[in-house]
Design a protein around this ligand. Structure first.
Ligand code: 13P
Ligand code: SF4
Length: 316
């Protein structure tokens, strides 16, 4: 209804004219989620970008995601509707810092979370996302030392699950997920004693959920550590009727929409990613109308990053 409906119609028209596809991350604003041809987590969106036959990809997400799409599909035009849509986690390591770290551990295998710049990926052997980080680490021979970056909580989680000892972890974090405090999770759990707890591995509470379980606040089998795509799938398939969700709150819209009979509660209602929220319907329209902002990666960087990204797309 109203101006949003007119805008949506205009976007659909422009999309048809330009043979464009709209990919949107699960943290996007509800109205942007509604517009998406593909809505998903980082891995699903990278896979969708790799196989689309559209000429233009409008990436409703953040800069590193658009860069990854551009490297996977260099003959397509990839548009990011707002150049300020960055990522505090991706900013927590530079290519220079990674080169210095590698020099301290010659021969180590570098596993970079997809939340990194193209330059950092070009210095890496494997990329991973939260949905396949465990499988990626397991695919690396046991005797090889691993440098895992940049997220310390995801790294600690992967290390705990895989039991990998020869793994060094960069001390980066996402300010949104790190801001979801274990004490808040505990309080919400007490208020909803029958709920399941869905935790993104970028949360500090992903490592402390073990302790919450040990303290008897929550049975361990009712805590699930999942990517955003994994959370959506689990929310639909689980028998539970109530869920506490420890990640960026944009995902709650989709969870509630797909499961109208279930109840979803944010572990921290202030866990809002300002970068993801920069994408608005107006900016998507302008992106299509003005062909902006085109995301490209210099070929010397892209060609070095591509193997790591392709391994990520293939594993898990
Ligand atoms: P996933 O959607 O891959 O779980 O990642 C979450 C995230 O923070 C992306 O920036
Ligand atoms: Fe980056 Fe965190 Fe925002 Fe995801 S939620 S895009 S990791 S700042």
């Amino acid at each position: 209804d109203g101006p949003a409906a007119g805008l949506t119609e205009e976007i659909h028209r422009l999309k048809r004219e330009k043979n464009a596809v709209i990919l949107a991350h699960n943290y996007q604003r509800p109205e942007v989620q509604e517009l998406a041809d593909v809505l998903g987590d980082s891995l699903a969106l990278a896979r969708a970008a790799a196989k689309t036959d559209a000429d233009v990809i409008v990436f409703c997400g953040v800069h590193f995601m658009a860069e990854t799409a551009a490297m996977l599909n260099p003959e397509k035009t990839v548009l990011l509707p707002d150049l300020e849509a960055g990522c505090s986690l991706a900013d927590s390591i530079t290519a220079d810092q990674l080169r210095a770290w590698k020099a301290e551990h010659p021969g180590a295998v570098v596993v970079a979370y997809v939340n990194t710049s193209a330059e950092v990926k070009a210095e890496s052997d494997y990329c991973c996302t939260s949905s396949n980080a465990i499988e990626v680490v397991r695919s690396i021979p046991e005797d090889r030392e691993i440098l895992f970056l940049p997220d310390m909580f995801l790294g600690a989680y992967v290390q705990r699950v895989t039991g990998r000892r020869n793994m060094h972890i960069w001390m980066g974090e996402c300010h949104v997920h790190a801001g979801i405090q274990p004490s808040q999770v505990k309080t919400v759990l007490r208020e909803h004693p029958r709920a399941e707890l869905l935790v993104h591995p970028e949360c500090g509470c992903s490592t402390s959920s073990v302790y919450l379980a040990a303290e008897g606040v929550l049975p361990a089998d009712r805590t699930k550590i999942l990517s955003t795509g994994g959370m959506l799938k689990h929310a639909s398939s689980s028998e539970a009727e109530e869920f506490i969700v420890a990640t960026e709150t944009g995902i709650l819209y989709q969870m509630q929409k797909r499961n109208p009979g279930k109840r979803f509660v944010a572990a921290n209602p202030d866990a809002i990613c300002p970068f993801m929220k920069r994408i608005t319907l107006d900016k998507v329209r302008d992106a299509l109308r003005e062909n902006r902002y085109v995301i490209t990666v210099p070929e010397d960087i892209a060609s070095r990053a591509r193997l790591a990204i392709e391994r990520m797309v293939a594993i898990g």
